[in-house]
Design a protein around this ligand. Structure first.
Ligand code: FAD
Length: 470
């Protein structure tokens, strides 16, 4: 196994469970890849960025259960949004069955006017009517979410305050660069088809603490996790991967190799002729990346009560109250300070921040936090950190699925995992785990011992099943 991100970990744990001796090589000194936590030079423990899951992420939930981390995720039923005028909106399920469970909170949602809500309801109906898959999303090359919203005659406020707010956070990309299939899927899986898909799960511990059970699962079967071991090349002969190459000419052989690195890292490792043998590997460079920025603030006092807030019409999209989220947790994450408060802000699709100086980002976000949270106006900011991830996710651009290879390569012994492989899901922890399970299934299939790890989606419940096409 090459790569100790969620994809590599999910594949490793599945293969170990099937009795395989897995050796996992990771270039960094910790597990988790893009969903990792580490220690800053000043000794502060931080996640590279806040990560959240949702009720509809069934494979990630299964993975956390397998490695004993399910209890380290806190689930919330209420999502609170705040606009610059101080108007609050809440999204939560009421007593009505799906797909009508959000009707009450949607009607009461004050940041949107009635005509905007009406236009959103119309678009929801179009999604429902198609069983979550309107035919126009299958147009050659795909269509963008923005195009689909225009075709649904959405009002400008519905687009900017509702669709954009939800989708930029969920898919880390702007509406004109999101394939409508992905955008619609978010609403079908998390909002319309069942009552629990929208529930948001937030780790109550540092991200790294979620992976403690992975190492144990691998080692129990005689396997090994080897850190600081970057793979430098692949030895492919006669259409078969024979060995992976490390520094000082060291080689490692195996019965099967799962490459669970990011798509551009894989593209660099692959010899050019490998891309001719397996045409699925020829287009990895066409998959673009999208950035996410995390801004970390440490205040000298409590400035926020809610566990998290989503902001409308601001650069800052989410504020997470890390002190509250970690409170009472048993993990090794930062202990909640009695008086101070640690907040983490998330800005997805943060293209504008890539070239901006760190201090300018801090100043802008601090201004927005102080506007949203009156208690922060009097508070002193003790410390701030900005973590820019330029390649946070692959960009779910229209037609991107054409370039996503399956987990089984036509090169013998080579299997692929990673959120960017063909899973049907966007770049998420769920997508990464799905890819890992699919890679493990492909390895076992080719060894003649098939087994299933992939978990099904949540079933449509309530009345939503009436719209599902058989
Ligand atoms: C800032 C940010 C915020 C995000 N927020 C969310 C969120 O809220 N919810 C959500 O679901 N998803 C979120 N994501 C996306 C999620 O983190 C990723 O989709 C997922 O972690 C990808 O996992 P992966 O295993 O496919 O890839 P990676 O995590 O990239 O794992 C690849 C691993 O391979 C290693 N590697 C690379 N090259 C080599 C080599 N040559 N030799 C050895 N090892 C190598 C890397 O060090 C890494 O550990 C976020 C991502 C970022 C960056």
């Amino acid at each position: 196994m090459i790569g100790g991100g969620l994809a590599g970990l999910a594949a490793s744990v599945a293969l170990a469970e099937a009795g395989w001796r897995v050796r996992l090589f990771e270039q960094r000194p910790f597990l988790g890849g893009r969903a990792a936590s580490y220690v800053l030079p000043d000794g502060e423990h931080v996640d590279n960025c806040q990560h959240v899951t949702f009720g509809c992420c069934t494979n990630l939930a299964d993975f956390y259960r397998r490695v004993g981390s399910a209890g380290k995720i806190k689930f919330f039923d209420r999502l609170v949004l705040l606009d610059p005028q101080g108007r609050r909106g809440e999204m939560h399920a009421g007593i009505l069955p799906a797909p009508f469970h959000m009707t009450g909170s949607f009607l009461a949602f004050s940041p949107l006017a009635f005509k905007d809500k009406l236009s959103i309801a119309r678009a929801f109906y179009a999604i429902l009517e198609s069983g979550g898959h309107p035919p126009e999303v299958d147009e050659p090359g795909g269509i963008s979410m923005l195009e689909w919203l225009h075709r649904q005659k959405q009002t400008p406020a519905a687009i900017s305050r509702f669709w954009r707010t939800v989708l930029v956070s969920a898919l880390s990309e702007e509406l004109d660069r999101i394939d409508a299939r992905y955008g619609i899927d978010v609403f079908w899986k998390a909002v319309l088809s069942n009552k629990t898909g929208y529930r948001m799960g937030v780790p109550a511990v540092a991200l790294g603490d979620l992976y403690e059970g992975c190492r144990a699962a691998i080692e129990e079967k005689g396997g090994q996790v080897v850190f600081r071991s970057p793979v430098r090349g692949l030895r492919i002969e006669n259409k078969k991967l024979l060995a992976v190459l490390f520094d000082q000419g060291r080689e490692e052989t195996a019965d099967a190799f799962v490459l669970a690195v990011a798509h551009l890292a894989l593209s660099e490792l692959l010899p050019e002729d490998a891309k001719l043998i397996d045409s699925g590997l020829a287009n990895l460079d066409r998959i673009a990346n999208a950035p996410i920025t995390g801004v970390h603030f440490w205040f000298d006092r409590q400035v926020m009560r809610e566990p998290f807030l989503s902001l409308l019409d601001t650069t800052t999209q989410w504020i997470f109250n890390k002190s509250a989220l970690y409170a009472g947790a048993n993990g090794t994450g930062p202990a909640p300070s009695e008086r101070g408060q640690y907040l983490q802000l998330v800005i997805s699709a943060s293209y504008d921040f890539l070239q901006k100086p760190r201090q300018e980002i801090i100043d802008l976000c601090l201004k927005e936090v102080r506007h949203a949270l009156p208690a922060a106006r009097e508070a002193n900011l003790l410390k701030a950190t900005v973590i820019k991830e330029a390649a946070a996710t692959f960009s779910p651009q229209p037609g991107v699925d054409r370039w996503r290879p399956t987990q089984q390569s036509t090169i013998g012994g080579l299997f692929l995992a990673g959120d960017w492989t063909a899973t049907g899901w966007p770049a998420t922890m769920e997508g990464a785990v799905r890819s890992g399970y699919l890679a493990a299934e492909a390895v076992l299939r080719s060894a003649g011992t098939p087994r299933q790890f992939l978990q099904p989606d949540l079933k449509p419940d309530g009345l939503a099943g009436l719209w599902v096409k058989s």
